[in-house]
Design a binder for this molecule. Structure first.
Ligand code: NAD
Length: 483
């Protein structure tokens, strides 16, 4: 009985490390059959802008699991990272990475006798990774950052479920809610809401910069971390550094339908084709995949063999003692294989442990939405291009406004410059003009858009944003300096 997995070898060192991992899996009689799919550089070069063929997408959606080597995204505009595309396309909302001290991999912490065992879950879909960017003026670029309640709930629930299953006692949320009160604030709020369903687990939070410092000073105070996408990206590489680098950090991208297992390092073009690459990160990602399938005994047997190999000082050229000659990728895999000890009764599996995706059951997109809590329009922010001084902009806008509309704020790069501010605030050619409606007056989005149209007669509007109130509370931030 076999689990089915779509296999993409990847680019650069990808084929070499995939071959090494498959040799180890085969020696451990892992009951997984691989179906090769075309994803990566060569597919881009054949003109597929997503980096994958239609057949590859169908195979992944049918079998529900993708095991992949690192992939190169061609440089230049118009092509998006294949790795980010794959994660977002199949809604693998949780990126789980495990960072553990390994025998034979010397780090400042191993030398100090401080063991590291950290699991980090990074939200994988939202944040600035929507890649929604625009130039508002020739000088000013804007990136939109999405944090949603349903998206946050998915990743937090995954994290707490994973913590419960693995017997972790504490989950820590990293964030920047002190500055980004609405976006990171929402991520943090949902974290604590979800945590109430897991009373046996301590839930706490740390501001991300403080987290970075604490991880470097005393990483053993954390067990499980959960972070928004970009902060999680940066902190996960920091954690990889704590245990010896990217070569030792496995990664799983998990969603409700598809899971992707991959090494976190890149294609290492400098050593590609030379047989020097270290397959450890991909092998450890493969072990996460086996555990995801419930193949615990196979995973443990291979993990023990890997640890034994590392302990004995066998290493590839990117790590380990210089006293012992570095071995090739193939020799490293062979050393692991020779250390594998399988229990005699391994390999029988319960039928319900097979992997599969539910893609075929879908007739449309799933719409994620939490309970509605009303919302009224109370104004509009207009992002305008101008080289004028703030009082002149205010005068122009005010000359076009009548009750119930009032100009309440002009800011530049988020800092208030009208009605008050400091002349020491340098400005660029893009202002935010905030127009609000008198308290209690009911207006619609159309009213606000009509108003924007009128103001566009005197200045160039590059973007607009409705100002809403939910449950009588403003659903927009104030400018720096605004009270
Ligand atoms: P890289 O991780 O490929 O290489 C950085 C350094 O680490 C190089 O010196 C390399 O030789 C070394 N290295 C990496 N993996 C190694 C391994 N397994 N064994 C031994 N040494 C290893 O990062 P990069 O050079 O910034 O990126 C190269 C390419 O990889 C780029 O095209 C990038 O887009 C792509 N990339 C892909 C992924 C992915 O597929 N998940 C992730 C990161 C980068």
């Amino acid at each position: 009985m076999n689990f089915k997995v779509a296999l993409a070898e990847g680019d650069g060192i990808g084929p070499e490390i995939v071959e090494a991992v498959l040799a180890v899996f085969s020696a451990a009689r892992v009951p997984v059959s691989f179906e090769r799919v075309e994803i990566g550089l060569s597919v881009f070069q054949r003109g597929f802008t997503t980096g994958m063929t239609r057949e590859a997408q169908e195979t992944v959606e049918r079998v529900g699991t993708l095991f992949k080597g690192p992939m190169e995204t061609p440089k230049g505009k118009g092509v998006k990272s294949i790795n980010v595309t794959a994660r977002k396309l199949w809604n693998t909302y949780a990126n789980k990475r495990v960072f553990r001290s390994l025998p034979g991999v010397e780090t400042p912490f191993s030398k100090a006798g401080i063991p590291i065992n950290l699991t980090l879950v990074r939200e994988n879909i939202e944040d600035t990774y929507g890649g929604i960017e625009h130039f508002l003026t020739h000088d000013v670029a804007l990136c939109r950052r999405f944090i949603t309640r349903p998206g946050s709930e998915q990743v937090h629930r995954y994290t707490f479920e994973m913590a419960r299953k693995n017997g972790f006692k504490k989950v820590t949320c990293g964030h920047k809610a002190n500055i980004m009160k609405l976006t990171d604030g929402l991520f943090l709020e949902v974290f604590y809401e979800v945590s109430r369903d897991y009373p046996e687990i301590v839930a706490n939070d740390v501001i991300v910069d403080d987290l970075a410092m604490k991880l470097v000073r005393a990483p053993d105070q954390f067990q499980v971390l959960v972070l928004p996408n970009l902060q999680g990206d940066i902190i996960s590489d920091l954690c990889a550094g704590l245990v010896g680098g990217l070569g030792f950090a496995p990664s799983a991208n998990v969603g409700d339908s598809v899971a992707i297992f991959e090494a976190v390092h890149g294609t290492a073009p400098d050593i590609a084709g030379k047989g020097l690459a270290n397959p450890t990160s991909l092998l450890m990602s493969g072990l996460m995949m086996l555990r995801h399938f419930g193949l615990m005994e196979h995973a443990t047997a291979i993990e023990n063999a890997l640890y034994l190999t590392l302990e004995s000082g066998i290493h590839t050229s990117d790590f380990g003692s210089r006293d012992k000659k570095a071995c090739s990728t193939k020799e490293f895999a062979q050393a692991i294989i020779s250390n594998i000890k399988l229990p005699a009764d391994i390999a029988e599996l319960a039928a319900d442990k097979r992997g599969s995706s539910n893609a075929a059951e879908r007739s449309g997109h799933r719409l994620l939405e939490s309970a509605k809590n009303g919302g009224v329009v109370v104004g509009i922010d207009l992002f305008v291009e101008s080289n004028n001084q703030p009082p002149a902009i205010a005068q122009s806008v005010k000359s076009l406004l009548a009750r119930p509309y009032k100009l309440t704020l002009i800011s530049n790069r988020g800092t208030q410059v009208w009605p008050s501010g400091s002349l020491l605030t340098d400005c660029v050619n893009q202002y935010r003009v905030r127009i609000e409606v008198d308290e209690g007056v009911s207006v619609t989005e159309r009213d606000m858009l009509r108003l924007a149209l009128k103001i566009s007669e005197c200045m160039r509007i590059s973007s607009t944003e409705m100002l809403m109130k939910y449950k009588d509370l403003p659903a927009y931030s104030l400018a720096q300096g605004q009270s």
